[in-house]
Design a protein around this ligand. Sequence first.
Ligand code: GLU
Length: 419
Amino acid sequence: MLATKLVDNAYDVALENFDAAADALGLDNDTREMIKYPERVLTVSVPVRMDDGTIKRFQGYRVQHSTARGPAKGGIRFHPQVTLDEVKALATWMTWKCAVVNIPFGGGKGGVTCDPKHMSQHELEHMTRRYTSAILPLIGPQQDIPAPDVYTNPQTMAWIMDTYSMTKGYTIPGVVTGKPISLGGSLGRNEATGRGVFYTIECACEHLGIPLKGATIAVQGFGNAGSVAAQLLHEAGAKVVAVSDSAGAIYNKDGLDIPELIHMKTIAGHVHGFPGSEPIDPAALLAFKCDILVPAALENAVTAENASSVSARIIAEAANGPLTPAADRILESKGAFIIPDILCNAGGVTVSYFEWVQDEQHLFWEAQDVYNRLEKVMKTSFRDVLKIHLDRVVPMRIAANVLGIGRVAEAIHIRGIYP
Ligand code: GLU
């Protein structure tokens, strides 16, 4: 009997995407060997005294996939499903992502397997600090710069920055990005991922001749990326008709009142029960009849099983790795236009770069300056990827990878091999 593959392993997906783009680029085997795999992988054990007095051990990771173009860069994820393979995949995608938007960073990622929704602030702080101390040999403003990811936030970054600084003996804000503003964070960083998603959707609509005003949108995941993208799309006159989070999904055919929904989510912690909305099956949200689908949750949201039911014309990957390669193929054959994750959600790391630059210079920018620079980076990168898509007649995902991987390969060639 054939074993059924339940979920795609994210790292297998990352390697498969790499191979497809490397083939399109005509990359030689030596270069592939040098840039495909992570440079460093660290597994750490994180003991924490919990509020009830017992000690609980958590498993943590930090992976540096590449430092060819600059310090490793990428978020830290706290989630029950974190595995080493997931962190390796996310680190790999960070490398190509930073290269696509042409910022001088490599790629890295960290994670701790834990359930932050069932931990107190005190437990989270202790886990974050002990994890930071365990990965300390790897991180630093010139080495590897963490940032928020799923279920981590500016407060988490503040604890990392403080732990690192205390160990070194002086304050080093540039060791992390996505910090609170009062500790050297950048204006506009918190909304940057969603804002970047919005800019790429604007570009895709323009390219396809779809008016954004009046376009219908479904958003899977209402965290930092999904909620901000929904807000900006709503402000631009689009109708966000369906939204889900990890606890449920809702819909209103005339469009949900997104500012009110964000307000409720902040207070109640969920979207279900929103006045004026009807509950729907979260799985059905992906198949919702709409112009634009924004998967903004986790990997493997759209797979071979449900891809054929997706009817959206544009799929904007606010999450990392939400589509499996099989889903990609099905959606491509249906004529969907995919804005791949390493382009679509690169606004977060782009403003992380701006934050790092400001920290290094001790000189801070106005919010409008951050937005203008972000818009320029996102729209230029979209045009660069679109050009490869059209010139080479390859899917948008391959086009983005061709651009990113090509830039990393170029850096490796010029640097040569040490010793
Ligand atoms: N976690 C975000 C991402 O996946 C941001 C990373 C960063 O700012 O370094 O792109």
